[in-house]
Unconditional design. Structure first.
Length: 425
């Protein structure tokens, strides 16, 4: 995207790149994917043993404690009222087997990360489709502005000609007022066409997260007759590729896989859990006369063991989890069938619109050419006083309607074919 003299100039591909980089919704989905990736890494790390170091340091004060040791009439030791104790533990644990719940959790989190990635692709595709639609609308509106300008120029010429005819007495002021009214209507039509262009550009800027008042120009876009009349791919060929490549379908398939894994995790609740644990501990005390290092050495001990947890009565927790996983899978299957049906319907609708508008464009183009020739002839006859204002206005309306029908059919055919191409990717 280029910026010059207070204007933004944007090519379709540049706008798409800019939009994919700056769109806030897409950035949020990127953060959601990062969160899913962190969850995946955490579950992978949970497959390995844990190791912890713990220390407890305590001070005790016994104000009324008394006692001493006397040997050979001499005090050898005196019991201290304040004591200090320290304990040190290095411990670890490892879940050896829990019905493969931990491994299946890794698989489930991996699918969640893939689903988050597909969500980003879905959003990116939607942005691309919205951009393509807005670009065609902008091109259509800009061409409609040109038609409105040509129509207004013709109205101004007719009005000036009418004023001349009123001066020479060959036209009434009532007829001139009709020409003036038509010129005013055409001015309003031009303003409306220009407003449509601004509105579509505003929508495009909003999609690209641009917040300023600078002019925004679309460059590099061209809608030709060949684009409107190009071959339309069949519904089945588009659908067969879309059912494989569309990210929303991939996302739905991942949901079915996730439901299968969740069922395995739920079923594992019926199985026992085996865990290993080990620890190294030692302690020290101010009541001990040995050196601190000696106390740690003398108090050092190692321990280890294993535990087996066998579920017997779990208040239906496992059965409920399995049933919910089965229901979730059925919902995922119905969801993908619904998405496939919607996808086929959408593709069919684009194909029908593309075909119908191609045919309409062919007839509308011939009609507008005929209406243009007729209006040119009417204008000449009007200038010679052979046609009245009503006949001229009717000819002009026929021309305007024909041109609008041609433009609408042309651009609708182009956007529908463009959408079919996007669905094939």
């Amino acid at each position: 995207m280029l910026r010059y003299l207070g204007h933004f100039s944007c090519h379709p591909e540049e706008c798409l790149d800019y939009c994919l980089t700056n769109n806030i919704s897409l950035q949020k989905l990127g953060l959601t994917r990062q969160t899913a990736l962190e969850t995946l890494k955490s579950s992978q790390a949970a497959l390995f043993p844990s190791l912890n170091f713990t220390t407890n340091q305590n001070v005790a004060y016994q104000p009324w404690k008394q006692g001493m040791t006397v040997q050979n009439n001499e005090i050898q030791t005196v019991t201290k009222k304040t004591s200090y104790n320290g304990a040190y533990t290095l411990g670890g644990s490892w879940t050896v087997w829990n019905g493969n719940r931990n491994h299946n959790q890794v698989k489930l989190n991996d699918l969640s990360e893939q689903a988050a990635a597909e969500d980003s692709v879905v959003k990116a595709r939607n942005l691309e489709e919205q951009l393509a639609l807005l670009f065609v609308k902008i091109l259509y509106s800009e061409e409609a502005v040109k038609v409105s300008q040509q129509t207004l120029e013709a109205s101004k010429v007719n009005e000036e000609r009418g004023k001349e005819m009123v001066r020479v007495g060959s036209m009434s002021k009532a007829d001139l007022s009709q020409l003036t009214s038509q010129r005013a209507q055409d001015e309003y039509g031009l303003v409306q066409s220009e407003s449509n262009v601004r509105n579509f550009k505003r929508q495009l800027k909003a999609l690209m997260q641009i917040t300023d008042e600078e002019e925004f120009e679309v460059v590099g876009g061209e809608a030709t007759e060949a684009m409107a009349l190009q071959a339309i791919p069949s519904v089945q060929s588009v659908y067969e590729l879309a059912i494989v490549n569309r990210p929303e379908i991939k996302r739905a398939r991942l949901a079915i896989e996730s439901a299968d894994i969740q069922k395995r995790i739920a079923s594992a609740q019926y199985l026992p859990t085996v865990s290993l644990n080990a620890s190294a501990t030692t302690n020290s005390s101010s009541q001990n006369n040995n050196a601190w290092g000696t106390q740690l050495k003398n108090g050092f001990n190692l321990g280890g063991g294993f535990s087996i947890n066998v579920p017997i009565i779990d208040q239906r927790a496992a059965k409920t989890a399995v049933n919910k996983a089965n229901i979730q899978k059925q919902q995922a299957i119905l969801d993908i069938r619904d998405k496939e049906t919607t996808l086929y319907s959408t593709i069919s609708d684009y194909w029908i619109q593309a075909y119908n508008n191609q045919q309409q464009y062919k007839s509308a183009k011939a009609s507008s050419e005929s209406a243009q020739e007729s209006y040119n002839l009417l204008s000449e006859q009007f200038n010679l006083g052979l046609k009245n204002v009503v006949e001229l206005q009717e000819g002009k309306m026929r021309l305007l309607n024909a041109l609008q029908s041609e433009l609408q059919a042309k651009y609708t055919a182009i956007i529908c074919i463009k959408m079919l191409e996007l669905y094939r990717r």
